[in-house]
Design a protein around this ligand. Structure first.
Ligand SMILES: Nc1ncnc2c1ncn2[C@@H]1O[C@H](COP(=O)(O)OP(=O)(O)OP(=O)(O)O)[C@@H](O)[C@H]1O
Ligand SMILES: [Mg+2]
Length: 235
């Protein structure tokens, strides 16, 4: 059985986790695992303080234990096994409508012969493509993003995040002061003219094989459909 590492990377509130959970449910008849980068956050008192705003920056590279994360992914690739870790993510199931779930289950069942040969490892994280060493570990690279306004609206309507030691709620202005600038700093190199609102460069698409998924006006059904099609091209 071959192991396939599938990255669901990109901006905060772009739809990575809801898509990953839906895919996991759809693919449950096959060997499929789900890994969340959020489970590799440092302890709360080790999260860097933003110099300008004097608040914790949960959206920067330094907030994550990347050496441990890289090692974890490499072990998956080498052994084909996913070491179990206690996850901070809620285990709430998919938000797909039962009819939609059934439709996708029928769809993947029609490719049973192909899925049977693979262990699919879905990796959900806001910082997977900023570093070439991590990016190269993935066999499928889905890049979720959306406009500033869409991401801000979605992020601000969230309750907050379970952390290693507690619960984090964004203070007012957090999206525009911290989340968005951190995303721009780490991801603009993938966009034409380093402009985060432009299209992905041809080298990001054709050489790095990143599939852009702009989620502003897509439904969960469409996010899953695009992701599944891309995964199938690699099996
Ligand atoms: N395409 C979409 N249409 C409408 N709402 C969406 C869409 N994608 C995500 N959302 C909503 O935005 C919120 C965040 O989605 P999700 O948890 O998948 O984000 P994420 O990309 O995992 O972000 P983070 O990196 O912060 O964990 C959820 O409430 C979700 O329902
Ligand atoms: Mg998430």
């Amino acid at each position: 059985m071959k192991t396939v590492l599938i990255g669901l990377g990109g901006a905060s509130s772009s739809g990575k986790t809801i898509t990953a959970k839906a895919l996991c449910d759809i693919l449950s008849p096959f060997k499929c695992s789900l890994v969340h980068l959020d489970d590799f956050y440092l302890s709360d008192d080790s999260i860097p303080i933003d110099k300008k705003y004097g608040i914790q920056n949960w959206d920067c590279v330094e907030a994550i234990d990347f050496p441990r994360f890289k090692q974890y992914l490499r072990r998956i690739k080498d052994s084909g096994e996913v070491e179990k870790i206690d996850s901070l993510e809620s285990d709430a199931g998919t938000k797909l409508h039962p009819n939609e779930l059934q439709k996708f289950r029928d769809y993947v069942a029609s490719y049973e012969d192909r899925f049977n040969d693979y262990h699919l490892v879905l990796v959900d994280g806001f910082m997977l493509y900023h570093d070439r060493e991590i990016l190269d570990l993935f066999d499928v690279k889905l890049f979720f993003y959306a406009s500033f306004q869409t991401l801000k609206t979605r992020r601000e309507s969230r309750e907050g995040y379970q952390t290693v030691d507690g619960f984090w709620q964004d203070p007012p202005g957090y999206f525009e002061n911290i989340v968005w600038p951190s995303y721009v700093t780490t991801h603009s190199y993938l966009f034409e003219g380093n402009n985060i609102e432009a299209n992905l460069t041809s080298s990001a698409r054709e050489q790095l094989h990143i599939l852009p998924i702009r989620s502003d006006s897509l439904t969960l059904y469409q996010l899953v459909e695009l992701s599944l099609k891309e995964i199938l091209t690699k099996l």
